[in-house]
Write a protein that binds this ligand. Structure first.
Ligand code: PLP
Length: 363
């Protein structure tokens, strides 16, 4: 038997989540964000599965886009941060990528470049994130320059990014939206990430840019009815490969940080931080053995974890262990490791095989 640690990627759940994003977004076109290896799910498999479902893709950088093009993805692909130099711009134009212009420097670079064909541009406006984008007061001038540049193809799309759309009453989002609405343009507009799609219908405009929700987890702080029917795409599983009984008072794992308060049964599972399970997960973090909850005991090692299964009758070597998935939200696991679900799936390393399935995995 080979090592049982695997991440199942459920394309049926993915398509279901896209249909939820679509129905929430109404007439807006849908740009699926597949940056960072589709948040760890495998960019090529995700993009291929979504090619006939979405209008465009978005990635963070040129290499991510070219990798998709090389594997046959034909849809428009937006570079969310634009390019870092002129040679990248030329490569992007040759691959018919869509270009973010987020600064005066990127705009000048576009105007001066010799390109094999013009690129379609998205002009990013900084309405409060203060990370990327031209200032609101510079926007009409920048739009004017884009419309007059032979290197810019078609009407530029105007877009911005929210600071805190996951809070349904966020004052920042209201301020950002009001600022964005002051900008005059006759071209398309876009503002929403997943949380915006779910909670800010007045911000849907012409394009929405869902990432996290497509992978089936809620980006919202707290419960939100529109997020409840999302279905997690990734199920991270392994198996129990060893079981031992230890007396009260003995410790488990590195540095002996977990001490048995009673005679305990400890299961060893071959998944660790080298497989994408967070080293920061504290004792007590839930894991599923079969369908039953048990708690992490002791530190997460590189290749293994140990689980207190004292209260689970009939546990056996070979039992399936689920680290996260439909029955155990990644957000819940993340909350025991001082992080969020975005980071947990995105950090899934190449070492963990992704197994593509069409439908839920049970044990
Ligand atoms: C990553 C990203 C998104 C997607 O955000 P989610 O919260 O994952 O939906 C949308 N727009 C921009 C500019 C991004 O960088």
């Amino acid at each position: 038997m080979s090592r049982p640690t695997q991440a199942f990627i459920d394309l049926q759940a993915l398509r279901h989540n896209v249909s939820i994003a679509r129905s929430l977004a109404g007439t807006a076109r849908l740009m699926a964000v597949v940056k960072a290896n589709a948040y760890g799910h495998g960019a090529h498999a995700i993009a291929e599965a979504l090619s006939s479902e979405v209008d465009a893709f978005a990635v963070a950088c040129l290499d991510e886009a070219l990798a998709l093009r090389e594997r046959g993805i034909q849809r428009p692909i937006l570079l969310l941060e634009g390019v870092f130099d002129t040679s990248e711009l030329q490569a992007a134009a040759a691959a018919a990528l869509w270009m973010t212009i987020a600064s005066d420097a990127q705009l000048s670079q576009l105007e001066c470049a010799q390109l094999s064909q013009p690129v379609h541009c998205w002009l990013k406006v900084d309405t409060g994130m203060h990370r990327l984008g031209v200032g609101v007061e510079q926007t009409s001038q920048a739009l004017h320059r884009l419309r007059n540049s032979a290197n810019s193809d078609g009407a530029p799309t105007l877009f911005t990014h929210f600071v805190a759309a996951e809070a349904t009453d966020s004052a920042e989002t209201k301020t950002q939206l009001a600022l964005f609405n002051t900008i005059e343009t006759n071209g398309p507009r876009s503002a929403c990430n997943s949380a915006g799609i779910i909670a800010w219908p007045d911000a849907h405009f012409d394009w929405v840019r869902p990432g996290y929700m497509l992978y089936g987890n809620s980006p919202m702080t707290g419960k939100h009815p529109a997020a409840e029917s999302l279905r997690p795409v990734m199920t991270l599983q392994s198996q129990i490969t060893a079981l031992r009984d230890i007396p009260a008072g003995d410790t488990v794992g590195y540095n002996g940080t977990w001490r048995a308060k009673r005679p305990s049964r400890i299961a060893t599972v071959p998944i660790g931080y080298g497989d994408g399970y967070p080293r920061g997960a504290k004792p007590g973090t839930p894991v599923l053995v079969g369908t039953q909850r048990a708690a992490l005991a002791g530190r997460v090692s590189m290749d293994m974890i140990t689980v207190d299964v004292t209260d689970l009758p009939a546990v056996a070597i070979g039992d399936t262990v689920t680290l996260w998935g439909p029955a155990l939200p990644v957000e819940e696991v993340a909350s025991h490791a001082d992080t969020n679900g975005y980071e947990l799936t995105t950090r899934m390393p190449a070492r963990t095989p992704r197994i593509i399935v069409d439908g839920p995995q049970d044990d």
